[in-house]
Structure formats: C-alpha cells, structure tokens
Design a binder for this molecule. Sequence first.
Ligand SMILES: Cc1cc2nc3c(=O)[nH]c(=O)nc-3n(C[C@H](O)[C@H](O)[C@H](O)COP(=O)(O)OP(=O)(O)OC[C@H]3O[C@@H](n4cnc5c(N)ncnc54)[C@H](O)[C@@H]3O)c2cc1C
Length: 456
Amino acid sequence: MSDSPPWFKLPTHSGLAQPVSNEPSTNTSTTDNDSASDKALVIIGAGLAGCALAHTLASKGQRVTVLDSASEAASAASGNTAALLRPHITREGNLASRFSASGFLETLSVLKTLEASNKPGKRPVFHTCGALHLLERSDDYPEHPLYRHVSKQSARTLTGYPLATGGLYYPDACYVNVPVLCQLLLQHPRIDFITGIQVHSIDRVANQWQINSDKTNYQASRVVLANGTGISSFNAMQELTLQPVRGQTTRIEAPCPKLTVAVCGSHTVIPLQTDSKDQSQQLQQTQQWQISATYDRQSSNATTDHADDVANLTAAEQSLNSKDVFTAAKRTNTDPTTACSDIESHWAGVRATTPDRLPVVGHLPDFTFYHMHYHDLHHGKPEALYPDAQYQPGLYVLGGLGSRGLSVAFIAARLLAAQILGKNTGSTDDSLYTLLHPARFLIRRSKRRLSTPRPG
Ligand SMILES: Cc1cc2nc3c(=O)[nH]c(=O)nc-3n(C[C@H](O)[C@H](O)[C@H](O)COP(=O)(O)OP(=O)(O)OC[C@H]3O[C@@H](n4cnc5c(N)ncnc54)[C@H](O)[C@@H]3O)c2cc1C
C-alpha cells in the first residue's frame, strides 16, 4: 500500500501496511482456548455478508459472535432461495471485472466444499444450471475462460426459445439457496450466533466498542457492520452512500419448452429443478422458473406486490422473445390471495446498493477527519501535503453487496478478514482494497468539485 494516496493509506496496525510475520499473532490463534479479548469480535448482521465473514474468520482460528435482529439467519435481502451466481465481466476487463471473476470462483469453491459436507437428504446449497447473458453485441468481449460466445442461432438452440440475440454463455453459473448457505456457514464451533438482538447504536467506551441493543449491551474490541440496509442507520454511516433498492422475484410453473439454462436479459429467468410426487407416489422431476428481479429505487418496502409479478413476467417474455407466454398469470385481480393462481410464490427484499455497484469493504474511516483534511482535493495540491488517513480503531464494514451478493461476498470476506487479522494479502488484493475502500465516494466527491465552475 506504499503507493496509495494518503486518504487510502491503512492504519499502521493493519496487516496490509505491515511486513508479514511468520509468527502467528495473538489475534489469529488457532486454538480453542483463545483469550477473552480474542473472542471479542462481533459481526452485526447474519445475512450473506455477515455469514461469509464469520465463516472465513472462524476458519482462520478467530472466535466470532454474530448478532442479528431476526430470529434466524438470512432473513432480509439474503432470503432468496434461488439466487443466481455468475461473474459480471465487462468488455474492458477492468479491475472490477477481474474482482467479479475471482469472486465468482471463490464462491463456487466455498459452495462445493459446503455441499460435500452437507448431510445426505438435506436441502442442496446450489444447482449448476449455466447462464446465457443476452447481449446485442458480444463480439467485442474478449475471450475468457469463464464464458463462451454464443451466436443468436446457437442461443436459440440452447434455450428452445426464439431469442432476439446471442450473448455469452457461462457454463458454471448456478443458483443458490442463500438461507441454506448462510445456515451452513454459521455451523462452526468458533461462531456464536445470537438472534433477536436489534442493535441501535455503537459507542466508543474505554478503548472498546459498546454495542447497544434493545436487550443486552455487548463490548468488543473489534466490530464489523454487516447489517445490509441497516448500516446507514448508524451514526455517520450515510457517508458510505448506501442506497436501498427494493426487489421482487416471481416463481411460476414452467411453460413449454422447458429451459436448460438460466437466461439473463433485463431480468433473469432461472429454471429450477423441483421434485414432486405423482398420483402413484412416483417421484417426478418438474420445472419451475424463478424470474428475478424488479429493481425499485423509490421503495425500501419488502412486502410482495402483484404489480412486480406482472413486471417480472413481462420482462421474462421480452427476454425470451415470446409474447403472451404468461397472459393468464398476468391477469389483473385486486385480491392478492387469488391474483395469480399460476404463480407459485414470490419473495421481496431490499438490497443495499452503491453508486459504482461494488461493495464497501474495510476499516471504517474517521469521516470527521476525512472531511477536515480531504475536503479540498479538487484544488489539485500535491498528495504529500495531506496527512495519512485515520480510521475508527477496530471498526469495519462489509456492505453494499447490491444485486450481486453471491459473486462478491466471499472474496470481500477474505479481504476483510486479512485486514482484521493483520495478514498481508499480496499486491493484487492491495489494489482491490482501494477499489472497495469505504471512503471512496467521499473522496470522489471532493475531487469532482474541480469541474464545478467557480462563481464569477
Ligand atoms: C429481489 C432480490 C434478488 C436478488 N437476486 C440475487 C441474485 O440472483 N444473485 C446474487 O448474487 N444476489 C442477488 N441479490 C442480492 C443479494 O441477495 C444481496 O446482495 C445479499 O443477500 C446481501 O447480503 P447482506 O448480508 O449484505 O444483507 P442482508 O441479507 O440484508 O443482511 C443484513 C442482516 O442484518 C440484520 N440487521 C439489520 N439491521 C440490524 C440491526 N440494527 N441490528 C441487528 N441486526 C440487523 C438483518 O436482520 C439481516 O439479517 C438479490 C437481492 C434481492 C433483494
């Protein structure tokens, strides 16, 4: 991190700024007899972010306490039982694109390990279905080991639908039961999961963080905010620029022809393999589709509504270039209990998004210090004239997972775990650290003032 500008420099106790030591630090003891202070690492939020981080830290020997206001894990935005995991690779193949590709592979590796240890007869964590990303033009995308180019004709053959375009085919894409994943991640002897704790504030008291909740107050030397849209409700966290965006998925009995791959247009149609029994109690494989998802910046309400089902079904028809497939299901009916008898189920959640669609990951900046010292970056003064950044000691954030939680959660958790435990993560990860820095939006705003014409 030596080349980083002062505003992205890490605190001196951070592993990224320190030389690597071969001696295990007291924070990373791998015994189960960790000292009381080592135990004092609290993660607020048991969604995908909090569970991925808890699992990563626990696997590295760290004791973790996870607090959540709900009665079980994955109760908010992570409640999707069929979320698609695929990388988001751009034409330019920039750092964000490489982050997504690496993140996809890391998540896939975790899923495979967990599935292997999942007890027989338990609900599977994921199904590989492959995904076709529809694109008007895909020929200017570079070759990539994670996808292959598919012409319009091949795309039609692949799906059985008269698609309007070809695109990129990701054979390893899969859909994931996120609540099952979160439950498995928390099943670790070094993780204590405490439910029903609504944290309302965090205060610095005598070199510790005091976590104030409606029931019990907790003390910890290190705290991670991983509570999704709830992060913004804490003092000064508005600087993270998290924006709530409501979304709804719709599940429906599959029409014919059945799909063998997920199709990603403006919305995604995921073919789900479901087992059902026929009249003679024989097990039959049937297919449902999950259409995902609406994207409403104006709402942070997680109740389902019929208008969103209609929007999903219409978008699916457009993606598949097949009009009126869902006419019956879309019929308007004001009674929500009978609105769509063809619709199997629907689910809504609220994502925490960021302006650049990347998560916020790392030590929490001291935003007061940032405002005081970095407010005039638009003047273009030499970097050397600025002091190094200051952070809230022992306070971290893992949030803003947006619509792509699966492909970012585990790589982000690994990067953050390295910061928390004081381990050097290598040069590639250092550039990722800047990419995901929690103060990047504040810094961009300060630099942008350059382009604002001065009065007079
Ligand atoms: C409709 C929809 C479809 C999606 N589809 C996909 C998809 O196909 N593929 C994909 O990769 N991603 C998808 N996502 C995104 C993905 O689900 C999210 O990025 C991810 O689940 C976010 O996880 P999180 O842990 O950050 O937040 P959350 O899951 O919201 O977890 C936050 C947790 O914190 C708890 N909490 C909040 N405030 C407090 C507090 N003050 N005190 C204590 N606990 C608190 C909550 O109870 C919750 O359990 C979708 C999201 C939605 C809404």
